[in-house]
Design a protein around this ligand. Structure first.
Ligand SMILES: [Zn+2]
Length: 75
């Protein structure tokens, strides 16, 4: 066996694979934290639809109606 074989050894290949997996997981994590939910909230006062962005895990979002300015919570 030639110890000076150019290119990736078995150890290097494994390290490279692990690095790629880790990178993919990091990206996934980022995508999840960035996964804000868009809620179509209807104004309780004038009935106008409002697009509200909720952070992941958040269920009730405070928003101000774009039509009448009513401050309220989405359901
Ligand atoms: Zn309104």
């Amino acid at each position: 066996m030639n110890a000076k074989t150019p290119g990736l050894s078995k150890q290097d290949a494994r390290t490279e694979a692990e690095r790629l997996i880790r990178e993919a997981m990091e990206k996934k994590k980022l995508a999840v934290t960035k996964g804000d939910t868009r809620i179509e909230a209807k104004c309780g006062k004038c009935g106008a639809p409002n697009r509200v962005v909720a952070t992941k895990g958040e269920r009730r979002v405070e928003f101000k109606c774009k039509e009448c300015g009513q401050q309220q919570m989405s359901l």
